[in-house]
Ligand binder design. Structure first.
Ligand SMILES: *Cc1c(COP(=O)(O)O)cnc(C)c1O
Length: 353
């Protein structure tokens, strides 16, 4: 890839590894490229991390043609920098963009852009255990026009943020509010895409849950509010009677890469996996009867997040005494082990930058 490099005037002071938090600090540079229907993708650049000026009539500001991805770069003990299944993010962004009638980015170009930027910003990949460099690729319509139609021009940007734990609680159980009023996605909609609009629409439920003392919401299906779908930015899995339950990927749930990786591991370990619709009533009843042994969310940001409490219509159920379960812990250790190069990568999931 031919990339133009623009040097920054001043390099930032790097934060210390134990005060990173999540998404608060950004590195010195970003990757940018542009698209027009005539030229395709062009103008590949690594430029200083800086504001982007937009014409007030830019389409994304009015019609929300925006999609994004999220992945991480991990530093191994030997000092290698690893990415985890970046081609899956590339393919998912293609699907998101197709749904929103946005231009798509070829898989190789997407992965190359990320590797080029991360390689340039290597020094920013933190060293402390549990830390990583969060990679946020995103793309939006730049055509200047008022009027709803597919845009003819786009900008793709990659920014990087050194991060610690997603939840201030760390790898400890979180309290989940089962949302029975608002919905996130319906069949035929955009639930399977990572588009900004999905999250804009979800914040109200997140706020409601937060005010009631809950960390995240568990969404139910958008039609009957009956079937369990996923958590705010994580897929959700439940171990009931030693078998794994998670919602299927059929249009409303985000096809998480962590979800796919967990299911692959769980199947390899001999667990029976139900990727099928199951109702919140089934789940709460099983919880009341003490049959929900473990519950957890899966996503790049938090990796595995144990669920310690479910609250649904006044019924509060504590899962596994609000402790991290053995399967949850094993998944976390195995996945992070592979990501940090400490556990053999028998599925070929990591790529060196
Ligand atoms: C990003 C995301 C996930 C998790 O996907 P990963 O690829 O595992 O990070 C799950 N649900 C939603 C709604 C998401 O936005």
């Amino acid at each position: 890839m031919q990339v133009t490099f623009e040097e920054t005037k001043t390099l930032k002071e790097k934060p210390s590894d134990n005060e990173l938090g999540f998404g608060k600090y950004f590195t010195d540079y970003m990757f940018v490229m542009d698209y027009t229907d005539e030229k395709g993708w062009y103008n590949f650049k690594i430029t200083p991390f800086a504001p982007i000026a937009l014409n007030p009539a830019t389409m994304v500001l009015h019609y929300a043609q925006e999609t994004f991805e999220g992945l991480k770069a991990y530093r191994t003990r030997e000092g290698k920098i690893l990415l985890f299944r970046p081609e899956m993010n590339a393919r998912r962004m293609i699907k998101s963009n197709e749904r929103l009638c946005m231009a798509t980015i070829p898989e190789d170009l997407f992965v190359d852009a990320i590797k080029t930027l991360v390689n340039h910003e290597k020094e920013w990949v933190p060293h402390l255990e549990g830390t990583s460099l969060y990679i946020r690729p995103f793309m939006f319509a730049t055509e200047v026009a008022v009027g709803v139609h597919p845009a003819s021009s786009y900008k793709f940007v990659v920014i990087l943020s050194p991060v610690g734990n997603y939840y201030p609680e760390g790898v400890n159980p979180v309290k989940i509010y089962v949302e029975d009023e608002y919905v996130r996605a319906t069949k035929g909609g955009t639930g399977f895409t990572k588009c900004g609009g999905n999250y804009a629409a979800s914040i109200i439920a997140q706020e409601k849950a937060r005010k009631l003392g809950y960390t995240q919401v568990l969404w139910l299906d958008g039609v009957e509010r009956k079937y369990v779908e996923e958590v705010g930015t994580m897929n959700a899995m439940f171990i009931v009677d030693n078998e794994v339950y998670t919602a299927p990927i059929d249009g409303t749930v985000l096809p998480g890469i962590t979800r796919d990786s967990c299911l692959t591991l769980l199947k390899a370990w001999g667990y029976k996996v139900h990727e099928e619709h199951f109702s919140i009533d089934f789940l709460m009843k099983a919880a009341r009867e003490g049959r929900v042994q473990e519950a957890f969310g899966t996503g790049t940001a938090a990796v595995i997040s144990p669920i310690g409490e479910l609250f649904y219509k006044g019924d509060k159920q504590i899962i596994n005494d609000f402790k991290t379960g053995a399967i949850t812990q094993k998944l976390y250790d195995t996945l992070t082990g592979i990501q940090y190069g400490k556990v053999e990568d028998s599925f070929g999931w990591t790529q060196e930058v």
